[in-house]
Design a protein around this ligand. Sequence first.
Ligand code: AHR
Length: 306
Amino acid sequence: STDAGGDGGDGGGGDEVITVGFAQTGSESGWRSANTESMKEAFSAENGFELVFNAADNDPAAQIAAVRDFINQGVDAIVIAPIVEDGWDDVLQEAADAGIPVVLEDRTVTASDDLYASWVGLDFKKEGVMAGEWAAETFGDTPTNMVVLEGTTGSAPANDRAAGFDEAIEGTAIEKIDSQTGDFTRDGGKTVMEGFLQKYGVDGIDLVYAHNDDMALGAIEAIEAAGAEPGVDIQIVSIDAVKDGMQALVDGKINFIVECNPLLGELAAQLVTDVLAGEEVEKEVYVEDQSFTQEQAAEVIDSRPY
Ligand code: AHR
């Protein structure tokens, strides 16, 4: 770290600036905007940090290049929200060789956990299970045609939310008739849903499982443009619980939302501080999620911070 006063060793730490490179995925969703804001607030100059921010526009190669840049710049620590799970071994090893600790936030990687100090985020598998349990309870033995709007291919939330949901609906009469990526974006969700509606017709689809609210919001536009009523003719379950998603839930256009809490900044900043101070930290720090019916959403929507 940079000892601005040049009088290190006073133990006060008041003039120590910690330089942190943060490799964000991009700006694909409302969730991501809230996460970026939370990170910038926590890693602020006021809190003693200098944040070098990079958003990779969801290009895995560009994100790895950004992390390499941080290593070359000699930052004190690196925080990564990994776009995809695979492909991290080499650059994480390079950071380790350079003596720069890495903290992961939000998404996980398949690389060995020896290569990073800690991870803070959500249980994506459990989110999928919660969404699937709602679908199983709602549709159960009723033959149900479901389409899925998947998140970014190869990302931990897309992989785990699919697995959790599939596990929860096993043995029900829900049939997954199609599944495609909408890249976690509103436009992506809309385009993929338009394709599904063209292929199966409004009457051929009973349920949409969207891996995030933004894709559900895009699907709502496509369903309305096809002359059907989202939430009634075609039910929708999604994940995130961002403002626009919660509003659509209150409005009856989405039927159930599982939360994914984006406010991870403070926990990530604490982990970075502790790791740099040489303290023992947990390898995994899980943040709890809730879920919302339409009625529950109406009760809490005004008090939601994002
Ligand atoms: O990794 C978390 C996911 O990424 C959120 O659910 C989604 O909205 C975001 O883009």
